[in-house]
Design a protein around this ligand. Structure first.
Ligand code: AMP
Ligand code: TRP
Length: 331
């Protein structure tokens, strides 16, 4: 059975980008693959959260994983920081990672621009830690959104380099798990400017735990254009974000209704937004019920983390032992 690893940084609550970019893929794979899903709490340190915030965010990500339907009785769910083998492998891999190639990573260059006063070494070696996360279980597939494509390319480079240097085929090359159409997912933000994401501004993201009133407010404020002026023109780039969101949460006939209205030039964006808000609310309602129940169930959360750490460490320990031998330790 192919092995799958994926994680989400613990920087607070999950949004629809995380859900459709990552979590929904986890749900589809947990019954057919050996899956390891983790809370990337070390990764969140690059932005210096305070300890209390870090703790609360990790707990929230765990709650939301479970609320979405990731099932700890079939998939292994754990916290990155509970697995000491991961930072050890990260340290070893760092010796074969070059500063020049790390400096060329797009997400690194973006961070340098966004947080120029906090360009820490962890930020530079972020793709190395991510590689350690993946290959610690010798995973072949990594369900992630489009923004992670380059990180996975780096992971394949590091794997090839390791295998070549130590004359082994121990590590498989990890690939992003793609949808049936071969595409990677990018969920747009409500402002239409790019991807939905926390660092892009809270107002353009819908969080899984947003109250209905908050969802209505955010969606009604979403950016639109002034509408089509000629019949049967293709969808303008300035409005595709709302249609993309509609496609994720609404029934096909609803999407068709608004596409037809657009083609006929009689679309009212206010109606589209109202519908979109209600469909998001309906989509999230069962998840939110689960979130509420889990928030009060500390014993269950503890148990999941305890069992997940144990299962994950078994696999990680095995990998690390072989790596150490390959590299000339443990003789
Ligand atoms: P992050 O919140 O940046 O740790 O992302 C966790 C996972 O969610 C990664 O697999 C990302 O690719 C995915 N993700 C985050 N935002 C989006 C988005 N707007 N569209 C698609 N996937 C996303
Ligand atoms: N870098 C990912 C993100 O920011 C999170 C992540 C860390 C991850 N390690 C991973 C995803 C390993 C998949 C596999 O979204």
């Amino acid at each position: 059975m192919d092995i799958v690893v994926s994680g989400i940084r613990s920087t607070g609550r999950l949004h629809l980008g995380n859900y459709f970019g990552a979590v929904r893929q986890f749900l589809g794979m947990q019954r057919t693959h050996r899956c390891y899903f983790f809370i990337a709490d070390y990764h969140s340190l690059t932005t210096h959260p305070d300890p209390a915030a870090l703790k609360a965010s990790s707990r929230q990500v765990l709650i939301e994983y479970l609320a979405c339907g990731i099932d700890p009785s079939i998939a292994t769910i754990y916290r990155q920081s509970d697995i000491p083998e991961i930072p050890e492998l990260y340290m070893l891999l760092n010796m074969h990672a070059y500063v020049g190639e790390l400096e060329r990573v797009v997400s690194f260059k973006e961070k340098v621009r966004k947080q120029p006063d906090n360009v820490n070494a962890g930020l530079l070696t972020y793709p190395v830690l991510m590689t350690a996360d993946i290959i610690i279980h010798r995973a072949r597939w990594v369900p992630v959104g489009k923004d992670q494509e380059q990180h996975l390319e780096m992971a394949r480079n590091f794997v090839q380099r390791f295998n070549r240097f130590y004359e082994t085929d121990f590590f498989p090359e990890p690939y992003p798990f793609r949808q049936s159409d071969g595409q990677m997912i990018k969920v747009p933000g409500l402002d239409g400017s790019g991807k939905m994401g926390k660092s892009e501004g809270e107002a353009q993201a819908i969080f899984l735990s947003d109250e209905p009133s908050v969802i209505r407010k955010k969606v009604m404020r979403a950016v639109t254009d002034s509408g089509p002026t000629t019949v049967n023109t293709p969808l303008a780039a300035t409005i595709t974000h709302l249609f993309q969101l509609l496609e994720l949460v609404s029934a096909p006939d609803v999407v068709k209704h608004f596409l037809d209205a657009y083609a006929q030039c009689n679309i009212r964006y206010g109606d589209l937004k109202k519908q979109l808000a209600e469909d998001i609310i309906a989509f999230l309602s069962p998840i939110q019920e689960q979130i509420k129940a889990l928030e009060a169930d500390d014993a269950r959360l503890k148990r999941v983390l305890h069992d997940g750490a144990e299962k994950s460490r078994q696999s990680a320990g095995h990998t690390l032992q072989i790596v150490r031998e390959l590299m000339g330790f443990n003789s």
